[in-house]
Design a protein around this ligand. Structure first.
Ligand SMILES: Cc1cc2nc3c(=O)[nH]c(=O)nc-3n(C[C@H](O)[C@H](O)[C@H](O)COP(=O)(O)OP(=O)(O)OC[C@H]3O[C@@H](n4cnc5c(N)ncnc54)[C@H](O)[C@@H]3O)c2cc1C
Length: 396
């Protein structure tokens, strides 16, 4: 077996440090340019890549990743363009040009979008900073093999589906992903409840936050739902929506101006000492954007997606979850497929609901009252199977 040094001679591991220049005009340079460890870029050198769109099993050792094409991960419904400073764009482009040889498995489809920010909401984004493992790593762990674990794709697919179906979850923990996310603070509050991730957030004690606030698109403004305590009901009439948007913009801007005043900043210049950043930030609104690095294993990421990519989740966190789900599909297509089939779009039945469905299948009459289900559960059951309330009175 050749020594590692022979194989890795040309680009053992390209390491660099880039200085994370936050788009922040007021911060002293020594605070702005705190070094952020640069994560290894993935292999992209050599020959043997298959032509056409990258597939997960196309990996060849020493393969050059030619493609940096963009994938339709998310669209910016709110119409704004992703605002990255020239420095930030240059950092990303520089990092995306770096490549390294490795014996570790890589996924060409994810390599193609590595480090690239995908817009979410009006100023947010999600980008993959690093990852470990792929579909084959799940199979490898489940079989505890010496090699890559892969036999045939159809075998891998069958095994991954079996694992997902039977909630044999630990093999999915062998794959991990690290994301850089820019998100409004109120979304971060929901997101952070998913405790099985590693998080490092930008510090507003240390940095001055950007003047970027989430202002919803008029189309997603809605009344409080009448049927659910959490959730949105009917869309707001357009005149009402315009007033709401004006109010949100006015208040966000006013709060940010107060923030700068407390910091002693006027017209982009520090005019006096101001109060501590850790205190000044309390004047900011919850729609102010924050940023974090978020690392999670695939098993717990699926738990996040199950809850947050669900149609009942708050629209704003759903937008992030859907963007992440598209990245997961590029990364581990077989596991993602199994997740959508057995978790995301599956239906869980209580004992009473399963009995009611069995009776219906046998052609027996079932009503809500004798099913043992509450009115809400009954309604949910009928909705899950595409049955209307009328069915309840006739067949069910
Ligand atoms: C519709 C909805 C409404 C919600 N409303 C509220 C609310 O009103 N208030 C509120 O505070 N939160 C609320 N939450 C958050 C919710 O209670 C969970 O904290 C969140 O969904 C994270 O889920 P999780 O614990 O499965 O995820 P993670 O924290 O990522 O945990 C993943 C899994 O790891 C295991 N685990 C993690 N930590 C522990 C532990 N300490 N002990 C044992 N096992 C652990 C569990 O199996 C868990 O399922 C809401 C969530 C949803 C989806």
């Amino acid at each position: 077996m050749p020594a590692l040094s022979e194989t890795w001679d040309r680009a053992s591991v390209l390491r660099s440090e880039y200085r994370g220049t936050l788009r922040n005009k007021f911060m002293p340079a020594k605070f702005l340019r705190s070094p952020i460890p640069y994560s290894r870029s993935r292999p992209s050198v050599g020959q043997g890549c298959t032509a056409g769109p990258p597939r997960v099993h196309d990996f060849r050792p020493g393969c050059r990743l030619a493609s940096t094409r963009s994938f339709p991960i998310c669209s910016r419904a709110e119409g704004d363009q992703l605002k990255l400073s020239p420095e930030q764009k240059s950092e990303i482009n520089k990092a995306r040009r770096l490549t390294a040889l490795t014996r570790r498995p890589t996924v060409p489809a994810l390599e193609a979008v590595l480090l690239k920010p995908f817009p979410v909401l009006d100023h947010g984004f999600v980008r993959v900073v690093d990852y470990m493992g792929d579909d084959a790593a799940i199979v490898q762990a489940a079989r505890v093999t010496y090699g890559r674990g892969t036999k045939r794709i159809s075998d891998d697919r069958g095994l991954i589906r079996y694992l997902m179906r039977h909630r044999h979850t630990t093999p999915f923990e062998m794959a991990e992903i690290k994301l850089h996310v820019k998100l409004p603070i109120f979304v971060a509050r929901q997101w952070i409840r998913h405790r099985t991730a590693n998080v490092n957030e930008i510090s507003a004690r240390y940095s001055i936050l950007d003047d970027e606030f989430y202002i919803p698109a008029a189309g997603v403004l809605a009344e409080q739902s009448k049927s659910s305590r959490q959730g949105r009901g009917d869309a707001l009439p357009s005149r009402e929506a315009t007033k709401v948007l004006q109010l949100l913009r006015r208040e966000s801007t006013r709060s940010y101006d107060n923030y700068l005043t407390l910091l002693g900043v006027r017209k982009g210049k520090r005019t006096r000492q101001g109060i501590a950043r850790e205190l000044a930030r309390i004047s900011l609104t919850l729609n102010t954007y924050t940023q974090w690095y978020w690392k999670i294993d695939l098993n717990n990421l699926f738990k996040f997606l199950e809850l947050r990519a669900d149609a009942h989740a708050q629209y704003e966190i759903q937008a992030y979850a859907n963007a992440i789900a598209k990245l997961v599909k590029l990364w581990t297509p077989l596991a993602h497929e199994a997740f959508t089939d057995y978790r995301q779009y599956s239906v869980q039945l209580s004992r009473q609901a399963a009995t009611a469905i069995s009776k219906m299948l046998r052609g027996e009459h079932v009503s809500q009252t004798d099913s043992g289900l509450s009115a809400k559960e009954w309604e949910d059951l009928l909705t899950s199977f595409g049955m209307s309330s009328d069915t309840k009175n006739s067949r069910a």
